[in-house]
Design a protein around this ligand. Structure first.
Ligand code: SF4
Length: 179
């Protein structure tokens, strides 16, 4: 089996040197060492277990180190039905994560409430926190979850270091009542 190393970012290469921008070097490191916090409440969490197991092996993407402490995580993965009562808990976990942080809504329930169009279910976690990538499916297969991770990696790789200080990002946070 071929083992591939992460692609080098765009830059200038010569004999004995490689030069790129700080943004690209930091993006490369961040994208290939994401520490996910799995917030799993129901069946989509089972698919995530399969994604972590040897057949799919998320370690290949540098994400084998799961964190159950928000302070040591930079990727919140919400998987499963989120009842309205759980909404504030998801939000609190998000708030306890340090910037930069990213969010994946895994599956129909986390993305939109799924089949549970009821009074008690949050109709998507983007009602309480901003979401970077939505993974469709009920449940999504592990390949789809991995596709979501690679989409996040693309975002992370290409995110300018100053994005989090930009007026657009501040406005996005303000729309969720987050300073
Ligand atoms: S999207 Fe489907 S599989 Fe995932 S938690 Fe909801 S009902 Fe379960």
């Amino acid at each position: 089996m071929d083992i591939q190393i992460a692609d080098a970012p765009p830059g200038i290469q010569g004999q004995g040197f490689f030069a790129t921008s700080l943004d690209k070097a930091v993006g490369l490191a961040r994208a290939n060492s994401l520490w996910p916090l799995p917030f799993a409440t129901s069946c989509c969490g089972i698919e995530f277990m399969a994604t972590m197991a040897s057949n799919y092996d998320m370690a290949r993407f540098g994400s084998e180190r799961l964190s159950f402490s928000p302070r040591q995580a930079d990727l919140l993965m919400v998987m499963g039905t989120i009842a309205k009562k759980m909404g504030p808990v998801v939000r609190q976990v998000y708030l306890q994560m340090a910037e930069p942080r990213w969010v994946i809504a895994v599956g129909a329930c986390a993305s939109s409430g799924g089949i549970f169009d009821t009074y008690s279910v949050l109709q998507g976690i983007d009602k309480v926190i901003p979401v970077d990538v939505y993974v469709p499916g009920c449940p999504p297969r592990p390949e789809q979850i991995i596709d979501g991770i690679t989409k996040i990696q693309e975002l992370v790789k290409n995110e300018p270091l100053r994005r989090r200080n930009s007026p657009e990002y501040q406005a996005l946070m303000a729309s969720y009542g987050i300073k």
